[in-house]
Design a binder for this molecule. Structure first.
Ligand SMILES: NC(=O)c1ccc[n+]([C@@H]2O[C@H](COP(=O)([O-])OP(=O)(O)OC[C@H]3O[C@@H](n4cnc5c(N)ncnc54)[C@H](O)[C@@H]3O)[C@@H](O)[C@H]2O)c1
Length: 319
């Protein structure tokens, strides 16, 4: 295990940030994880001893103040505007994602942060990719503003490493499915919403069309991969902010069929919206053999074990 003294998480109350922060608290000690987000309050699930500070990642002075006060030596930068919300307001998406990234890079260099994690996404791809098993090195021509910011983030991680020796790492996350915090406006949010609606109403109208297969991953694997990469020896790594990452892929009718095994009268219909076009520009599956080879990545969950776990967890909470 790497010995981080104090860890800063930005966007720490989001879908991934909240579960990652809880895991980092378990691993490194509750007093050593400084959770930040633009939201006013931290939910009860974190308990009284969690350290929470409201931080807009565009506020460099406040970011600096936190890094100095807590002597931060690792940053997990998760604050971002995702693909769906980003397409509704592309200029805002650029502002938050790019100014946020640049503030993190600048502060990390200035305060000699040991390691920085900035996730990328399958949204970095777009025109000209093979649909199946898109390889590590494939053309990056995103069609969404979110994807444009993700490509820039990947390239900047590599630039900052060569120019400033900043150890900046990242994964191209597929769509992440989770049972705790709700997703925050991405194109793959349907794959979480479908579980809530199946349990509550036995019915779901999908904004992604039948037949549109996308790469997905269950949250425990997302957290596992993030921590594995951030603990890997730098000499093992051949990529920086752009490791391909995969678990399984499905189209809406395939996840519906899995859910029907537990809720037989569940029904799905389709009403594609603007997110369909974004989804169609993404791959159906991802080749993550470089991550497997470099730092031993392999997922624990497939579509069947993920579905079982999601239904068990959510059925206890919602009726
Ligand atoms: N969830 C996925 O399926 C997925 C897939 C690929 C990549 N990612 C990437 O993972 C990271 C985390 O994603 P997520 O799914 O948890 O997103 P999310 O929308 O659930 O969480 C993002 C968090 O950032 C916060 N935030 C927004 N603007 C901010 C600002 N100006 N300052 C500080 N905080 C701000 C939000 O309040 C939110 O809690 C992002 O970089 C995202 O692009 C996520």
């Amino acid at each position: 295990m790497v010995n981080y003294k104090k860890i800063l998480v930005t966007g720490g109350l989001g879908q991934i940030g909240s579960e990652l922060s809880l895991e980092l608290q378990k691993r490194y000690g509750i007093e050593n994880v400084i959770i930040t987000d633009i939201k006013n309050e931290i939910p009860e699930v974190f308990g009284n001893n969690s350290i929470y500070i409201k931080l807009d990642v565009m506020d460099y002075a406040k970011l600096e103040e936190i890094i100095k006060k807590y002597e931060i030596d690792a940053i997990f930068h998760l604050a971002a505007i995702l693909s769906g919300r980003g397409e509704e307001n592309p200029f805002w998406c650029w502002d938050v994602n790019m100014n946020g990234n640049m503030n993190i890079f600048k502060a990390a260099i200035e305060y000699k942060i040991k390691r920085v994690f900035i996730p990328s996404s399958m949204a970095a791809w777009g025109i000209g990719i093979p649909k199946e098993n898109v390889p590590q090195d494939s053309v990056l021509r995103p069609t969404s503003m979110y994807g444009v910011t993700k490509v820039a983030g990947e390239k900047l991680c590599e630039y900052m490493f060569h120019k400033y020796n900043l150890d900046c790492r990242g994964l191209r996350y597929p769509g992440i499915i989770s049972s705790e915090a709700l997703p925050g406006g991405g194109t793959t949010d349907y794959a979480v919403e479908i579980f809530y609606e199946a349990i509550k109403n036995k019915k779901y109208t999908s904004y992604i069309d039948k037949g549109t297969k996308l790469p997905m991953m269950y949250m425990p694997d997302c957290i596992k991969a993030t921590i594995m990469l951030m603990e890997a020896d730098i000499n093992q790594l051949t990529c920086h902010g752009d490791y391909n990452l995969a678990a399984f892929s499905f189209a809406p009718e395939e996840i519906a069929a899995e859910i029907k095994k537990f809720i037989p009268d569940f029904e799905i219909d389709y009403k594609p919206d603007f997110r369909q076009k974004i989804a169609e520009s993404w791959p159906s599956s991802i080749d993550d053999s470089v991550a497997r080879k470099d730092w031993g990545w392999s997922p624990d969950y497939d579509i069947a074990t993920m579905t079982k776990d999601m239904i068990e967890k959510l059925s206890k909470r919602i009726k």
